[in-house]
Design a protein around this ligand. Structure first.
Ligand SMILES: [Zn+2]
Length: 120
């Protein structure tokens, strides 16, 4: 269940990387997803809201769950940066340092994440 995957991910992020903690009430899964499109936006963040793609709805494979985890970390970095940086990144969608940090944190935490999401 993908919302439970978000809850597990957010709890782990809050524990391990508290500076990236985001309130669950500010997260919504409402970005349209088209499986036939070449590329889809999977996350988008405004100062008051963190939006995720509908791609992550339903029962997720481990690979898609890790993708969700990576996207949530990436968007949390935006949400927790200062307003100037958040606007800068919004206007410059290729922000390699955000991708790099999200990838590093995903690599570090994904085994723990996958183990926890299997727990009843
Ligand atoms: Zn970004």
């Amino acid at each position: 269940m993908s919302w439970q995957d978000v809850v597990v991910a957010e709890k782990l992020i809050t524990e391990k990387v508290p500076e990236l903690a985001v309130s669950l009430s500010s997260i919504v899964m409402d970005i349209p997803y088209d499986p036939k499109a070449k590329s889809n936006i999977v996350g988008r963040t405004l100062p008051w809201k963190l939006r995720l793609s509908r791609k992550y709805e339903g029962v997720l494979s481990d690979a898609v769950a890790v993708d969700l985890f990576n996207t949530l970390i990436h968007e949390s970095i935006h949400k927790c940066s200062n307003l100037f940086k958040a606007i800068w990144d919004f206007l410059h969608p290729l922000h390699p340092e955000v991708y790099k940090r999200a990838d590093e944190l995903t690599a570090l935490l994904k085994d723990e994440y996958l183990a926890r999401r299997r727990m009843p």
